[in-house]
Design a protein around this ligand. Structure first.
Ligand code: MN
Length: 230
């Protein structure tokens, strides 16, 4: 019987709010350009089309309120996003309306972005991985279990940096809703319990600097506070 050469890396686990439960993370899917005003500020075309999807490694999840400033960038951007957590596997491709039954919880997170490297990647038609999938690029709050409350279309999503409101939107402003995104993903990937989906960011993305304090809120559901290390 062969042995592992070394101990496998631990799976990141998110706590649930007011429950003795943990959420072991399997994959992180992200939706790009899911708010029209943000697509406009990024200079992206506004036709609805198909969702823009990219991924981060599962261990990009960051749970500590102290956020390291990543290497390799001079333009680290915040993107506040609702995070949807899947508690069940999909059997295969989902039909419309079947996605929400997979969801076990919601949180709020930051899709941190090396905007300077993303601009280069877009310009050269290269992949976004170095811009999006770096270590600690996915700070996420504790999750609210769906049995304890779930967001509604008029739920507000916002981000404050140093006490100043930077981003704000209602979930109904999302171009693609959660069910639509899960149906779309299920036709491309095998959705599993443990998958997280970052649902896209409103307008107002901007740089985070060392020393900045941030507070991300999904109203009535979850919040995430932290500070960027120098
Ligand atoms: Mn994003």
């Amino acid at each position: 019987m062969n042995r592992d050469l070394f101990a496998a890396a631990a799976v990141p686990r998110l706590p649930f709010i007011e429950r003795d439960l943990l959420f072991p993370v399997h994959r992180i899917y992200c939706v790009g350009r899911n708010f029209a005003e943000h697509a406009r500020e990024m200079g992206a075309p506004l036709e609805r089309g198909t969702p823009t999807i990219f991924m981060k490694p599962a261990d990009a999840v960051h749970l500590d309120a102290a956020l390291p400033y990543p290497p390799g960038t001079r333009d680290l951007h915040h993107e506040v996003e609702m995070v949807v957590a899947l508690g069940r596997d999909a059997d295969g491709p989902l039909a419309a309306g079947e996605g929400l039954a997979l969801v076990c919880g919601h949180g709020v997170g930051l899709d941190l972005t090396r905007r300077d490297l993303q601009a280069i990647a877009k310009d050269k038609r290269l992949p976004w991985d170095v811009a999006k999938g770096f270590d600690a690029s996915a700070p996420v709050s504790a999750l609210r279990h769906v049995d304890d409350g779930r967001p509604s279309p008029d739920t507000l999503l916002w981000l404050e940096v140093n006490g100043e409101r930077r981003q704000l939107a209602r979930l109904e402003d999302m171009i693609f809703g959660v069910d639509e995104i899960l149906v779309h993903l299920s036709r491309l990937f095998r959705l599993r319990a443990g998958d997280l989906v970052f649902m896209g960011t409103p307008a107002g993305v901007a740089a985070l600097q060392p020393g900045d304090r941030y507070r991300a809120v999904l109203e009535g559901i979850a919040q995430l506070e932290g500070r960027v290390l120098g």
